[in-house]
Design a protein around this ligand. Sequence first.
Ligand SMILES: Nc1ncnc2c1ncn2[C@@H]1O[C@H](COP(=O)(O)OP(=O)(O)O)[C@@H](O)[C@H]1O
Ligand SMILES: [Mg+2]
Length: 351
Amino acid sequence: MAQVAISKVAKAFGTVKVLHEVSVDIADGQFVVLVGPSGCGKSTLLRMVAGLETVSGGTITIGDRVVNHLPPAKRDIAMVFQNYALYPHKTVEQNMAFALKLRKTDPAVVAERVKRAADILDLNPYLKRYPRQLSGGQRQRVAMGRAIVRNPQVFLFDEPLSNLDAKLRVQMRTEIKELHQRLKTTTIYVTHDQIEAMTMADKIVVMRDGRIEQVGAPLELFDRPANLFVAGFIGSPSMNLLKGVMRKGGKPGVDIAGTLFPIGDNAAQDGQAVVYGVRPEHLEIHPDGVPAKISVVEPTGSETLVFLRFGDGEMVALFRERHDFKPGDTLTLKPRLDQIHLFDAETGQRL
Ligand SMILES: Nc1ncnc2c1ncn2[C@@H]1O[C@H](COP(=O)(O)OP(=O)(O)O)[C@@H](O)[C@H]1O
Ligand SMILES: [Mg+2]
């Protein structure tokens, strides 16, 4: 196992810069997730760690070696791709054994490593089958098995669950997390799915347009997003982000579309343009709340999502208990004062 240091790494394809001096430190044994919208540079960064893309600037260190100019095979990493990239004409067993055979590993060692991977991944019944005879989830497991047998210092995953249906995705994400708890191999995992990032990561790196927006533990990002982008990206349903103006004449409040929303002590100036952030689950029904009219009710069984309008504004509230709400009803909603996020409307930074 090894730590990985990505230090001021930049990437340009021709004249187009797609990564701008990105730095991430990954501790030995840590599970780090790179998350961000499509096109933000996640795969490019991962492929640079793998040695599949050249580095335009900065350094990548694996263990105590700078690997910028090492070919992939010498980096002691194993990568799992979204499309699995299995050999169609090899069986499950042969797929898993192939990389070791190429390296002329002792056949006894190959057999032992394949057996261990098959045990870990519950692949024993399928060892003689070909990829086309497997379900998507089983193929995904073979791709992971192929990575495990190599006993690498670092696992690299690029959106490995994107081709699976929703239910299997949830199951496989638990399996990968469990696998990491067992093997404790340093892992870099790329996804565009913030729920995957939240549930799997020790540490999340939120990226946008080739830059890092914030790095932190999942709940740190959830509880204290550093800017509007992270606030809107992390959490489902998304945080309400309401544009308004700070009023500090009397009791502080934010004027949003003519309605005054309560807020505690804060760093904004009177009259400053701000964005008031409150998660749907942090709006409570309270007689002193802000009146808002229900437009749509979405019950999921375990919770109810309610879309509301107040003046020109709109917001979403989430309730875990059952209510008999109807479109057209008016609710008075009070944001929980300890759960309000305030951002500068111009810079988007947390205040
Ligand atoms: N080989 C390439 N040549 C030119 N541009 C590329 C190449 N690979 C990726 N890009 C561009 O780099 C940016 C980042 O891509 P990528 O790392 O694949 O994003 P992500 O994995 O976050 O969706 C995108 O704008 C993409 O079009
Ligand atoms: Mg990608």
